[in-house]
Design a binder for this molecule. Structure first.
Ligand code: ADP
Length: 354
């Protein structure tokens, strides 16, 4: 009476339609605005002496139920998609890793094959150069052999006549000639040796030039080549002496070949430091390289020499060797000849690691 201002309250006109349990019914309520069905739930609060009634429209209840169902289905779907997504990602990652491994294996295989091919190329070019040099060498060795045979005959005569002092004197040139021949064959042996690729010893580039000139000494003298040497010593680099010697010999032989039919034969070899690099130039007076050939001279099998004389491998192999050592080899024309510039990093004074 206090709460509703003494208004006359009519109890609701209800009519149970269906009973769910003790406190829950489907109820028809006839109110002033017409009748409607409700799900009627009651909760007695014993301590307070009250009863709480909750009236809900049945379609809301069904909607609630449906919404809950939909939400559950949505969650499940999201979970399924998440699992699918993660599985897919994992599969992709595995595929990517497998193809990367496959690629790495292929690269490794190809590199190995290339290295083997390059080693083979270097070796066959060395052998070809050796073959071409053998004629000059036979000449170089035959001459002192004949001289030595004559000197031995003289020696025998001197000893027959008891001239021991003269015999001793006659031994000196014999000794010199034998030493020279031994040096020559020694160089040839190292030149022809198959050296493991990747050797990086600390060596003097000027000595490499000396050794190469020594090997071609006979040809330089026979063809009356005017040689200018301007070398900084020592010129420390890291590399493989035998292979660098092969590069030098290739450059020198090409210069000599180019000057073969020229009246003026002048060979210049200079070695200087330029910042962190050694610059070695080999220039000649052989008429130079035709402009259209400047880009091809380093290609394997490019040669302008007659069949049988040139293999076209010398510069290709030299280029490969120099690049492997972190250097560069460039061809150009200067004056009335060609100039080849070999650049190699200066080796610092660190202890030899090889
Ligand atoms: P090959 O000597 O067997 O021909 P190379 O690779 O050593 O092979 O040289 C390739 C070509 O480069 C030579 O045939 C020549 O035409 C040219 N060439 C190399 N060096 C010189 C040079 N100093 N002067 C002129 N041409 C040169």
């Amino acid at each position: 009476t206090r709460q509703y201002d003494k208004k006359q309250l009519q109890p609701l006109d209800t009519q149970p339609l269906q009973r769910f349990d003790e406190n829950s019914h489907l109820m028809r309520v006839n109110g002033p605005d017409g009748s409607a069905n409700y799900i009627w739930e009651s909760l007695p609060l014993k301590a307070e002496g009250w009863t709480l009634h909750l009236l809900r429209k049945p379609q809301f209840a069904f909607e609630d139920q449906r919404n809950a169902g939909l939400a559950a289905a949505g969650s499940w779907l999201a979970l399924v998609f998440l699992v699918l997504f993660l599985t897919q990602r994992w599969r992709l990652a595995r595929l990517r890793q497998r193809s990367r491994q496959e690629l790495e294996r292929l690269v490794e295989e190809r590199t190995q094959a290339l290295r083997t091919a390059q080693d083979g190329l270097v070796q066959s070019a060395k052998l070809a150069a050796l073959g071409q040099m053998s004629a000059a060498l036979a000449h170089e060795i035959n001459q002192p052999l004949t001289a030595q045979r004559m000197q031995l005959a003289t020696l025998r005569l001197l000893l027959d006549h008891g001239r021991v002092d003269d015999a001793y004197k006659a031994l000196t040139p014999l000794d010199d000639m034998l030493t020279r021949m031994a040096a020559l064959t020694g160089h040839l042996k190292t030149f022809a040796r198959k050296s493991p690729s990747g050797l990086r010893e600390r060596l003097d580039l000027a000595t490499v030039v000396d050794q190469s000139l020594h090997l071609l000494d006979a040809r330089l003298r026979d063809e009356s080549i005017g040689t200018v040497l301007d070398l900084t010593r020592p010129a420390w680099v890291r590399g493989d002496a035998i292979r660098l010697e092969q590069v030098m010999i290739n450059l020198l032989r090409n210069a000599l070949d180019a000057m073969a039919d020229k009246p003026r034969k002048r060979l210049e070899i200079r070695l200087h430091a330029d910042q962190q690099l050694w610059q070695l130039t080999v220039s000649d007076s052989g008429g130079g390289i035709a402009e259209e050939h400047l880009n091809s001279v380093f290609d394997p099998f490019f040669t302008t020499k007659p069949v049988g004389d040139g293999l076209g491998l010398g510069l290709a192999v030299s280029y490969a060797i120099v690049h492997e050592l972190g250097g560069r080899l460039i061809a150009a024309n200067r004056g009335n000849g060609a100039v080849f510039t070999l650049t190699l990093p200066i080796a610092l004074e660190t202890p030899d690691l090889c």
